[in-house]
Design a protein around this ligand. Structure first.
Ligand SMILES: Cc1cc2nc3c(=O)[nH]c(=O)nc-3n(C[C@H](O)[C@H](O)[C@H](O)COP(=O)(O)OP(=O)(O)OC[C@H]3O[C@@H](n4cnc5c(N)ncnc54)[C@H](O)[C@@H]3O)c2cc1C
Length: 424
């Protein structure tokens, strides 16, 4: 893999997500060699993927080159590779470009889309976990609008104009709001040959309320905002089947739709070698102690979405959101140096900064520890927090410019079918 030998201990970080880059930054220019491996050469800002899917942002503005993040870290290296196996006996990772030995290994591989074993849904629906998948959704939405414009029958037209989103968590709610804005502001102007009233957006959630991980106040407000935008919200609705044409739910609701976007859940992305039963919980997360050490290993760590750290406050593990990943990465950086220096480690304590979701222009919900609010101010806070959290000054400027432009013009500038999506 062309990584120079060194007298410093080698730390391999698998995954350049929120956790991986936060750790890599913390280990910058220390007496340690860092090798960051990811199957993509960029970091993805997943919270804004839905804006790429709904043509609000270009993909480049939510992705950031991993090499650029470590360019000033003199003992750090990046390799574009997929880690396929961990050989714990040899302390070695086996990757798509070769093998590499480690002194310390940190697994920060995050999650992948969970279809709960339903192969038909997996084959026919659109996941939204990666930039290429968000681009697929963008293409499919725009292609279906074009197909609707030339459909032979009213029923065919409606099927192209029916958009079904499964999963009423923040991702589903945000995407439903964004597609509703496309219907309300873009369709009447750019697609004059279509009747906006024929376009329907359905949001299906298995729980009895939207945003189940947030407060009841946030759920209520989100539902109210979505209804105002014209989204059909179906709670207590599980999708049983989707053959690419008809969505069937547990309540025997049948929706004819050419587009089903799957935002219903994730499961851990473990790596062969240390994925045996007792290391993982049901959601495929590595059980780790309070220092992020994987159970049974003193030199293997897991952090972020892939790690399950049970604490008194979080008996089911921390929420799979960006903040625990970032905070664990920062602390592990300090703890790894302490481990090397033979000092005692500090246990992780999660500082919950709150949760939020936006439902569209001027509408968002925010849950802080002692204060919950919704509406314009919440939307402003949501924008500010996401803008500041984006990696890279250039990305922040571009996103800010796009949001301002879209806000003033009621537009979505990235309505381009650059790479057409083909259903199998
Ligand atoms: C659509 C969407 C919206 C979200 N919105 C929000 C939000 O609004 N707020 C919030 O706080 N959180 C949000 N989240 C959750 C948040 O993005 C995750 O909690 C966070 O990304 C977890 O960070 P991580 O570092 O653990 O994993 P990730 O950020 O997922 O990074 C994992 C990395 O590992 C790499 N990788 C995986 N397997 C391998 C392998 N075998 N070899 C090499 N590389 C590998 C991947 O390419 C990836 O770069 C959202 C998630 C999604 C999918």
């Amino acid at each position: 893999m062309n990584i120079p030998e060194t007298s410093y201990p080698r730390v391999i970080i698998i995954g350049g997500g929120f956790a991986g880059i936060s750790l890599a930054k913390k280990l910058a220019n220390k007496k340690i060699q860092v090798v960051l491996i990811d199957k993509h050469n960029y970091h993805t800002f997943q919270p804004l993927l839905y804006q790429v899917s709904s043509a609000g942002l270009e993909p480049d503005s939510i992705a950031y080159p991993l090499r650029k993040i470590i360019k000033k870290h003199k003992n750090s290296f990046f390799r574009l590779a997929s880690v396929e196996n961990i050989d714990t006996a040899k302390n070695e990772v086996n990757t798509s470009i070769g093998n590499l030995a480690y002194d310390y290994l940190v697994i920060a591989t995050g999650t992948k889309t969970n279809f709960f074993g339903n192969k038909t849904i997996e084959a026919n629906s659109m996941p939204m976990k990666k930039v290429p998948q968000a681009l697929n959704i963008r293409s499919l939405i725009l292609q279906n609008l074009e197909k609707a414009a030339i459909a032979d029958t009213y029923d065919d037209r409606c099927a192209f104009l029916n958009f079904v989103i499964v999963g009423g968590g923040p991702t589903g709610v945000e995407l439903a709001g964004a597609i509703a804005e496309l219907k309300n502001h873009i369709l009447p102007r750019d697609y004059r040959d279509l009747n906006p009233g024929d376009m329907q957006i359905h949001l299906l959630e298995g729980n009895d309320r939207l945003l189940p991980s947030m407060s009841a106040h946030a759920s209520l407000k989100a539902k109210e905002f979505l209804k105002k935008l014209g989204v059909n919200v179906h709670c207590s609705s599980f999708v049983k089947d989707y053959d690419g044409k008809t969505v069937i739910t547990n309540s025997n609701l049948e929706l004819q739709s050419e587009t089903l976007i799957w935002a219903a859940g994730v499961t851990g992305a473990p790596i062969n070698g240390i994925h045996e039963g007792e290391l993982m919980d049901r959601s495929n997360r590595y059980r780790v102690n309070h220092f992020n050490q994987v159970e049974g290993y003193s030199n293997i760590f897991a952090m972020g979405d892939i790690a399950l750290m049970q604490t008194e406050a979080y008996p089911k593990g921390h929420p799979q959101v960006a903040q625990p990943a970032i905070q664990q990465g920062k602390l592990l950086g300090k703890n790894l140096m302490k481990l090397i220096e033979g000092k005692p480690l500090k246990p992780f304590a999660y500082h919950d900064k709150g949760t939020m979701a936006t439902i569209g222009r001027n509408k968002a919900v925010v849950d802080l520890k002692h204060y919950k609010f919704a509406g314009f101010f919440a939307w402003f806070v949501w924008m500010f927090v996401h803008l500041m959290a984006l990696v890279g000054f250039r990305n922040r400027v571009i996103v800010f410019f796009n949001w301002t432009y879209n806000y003033i013009n009621f537009d979505k500038a990235a309505r381009l079918i650059i790479r057409p999506f083909k259903k199998i």
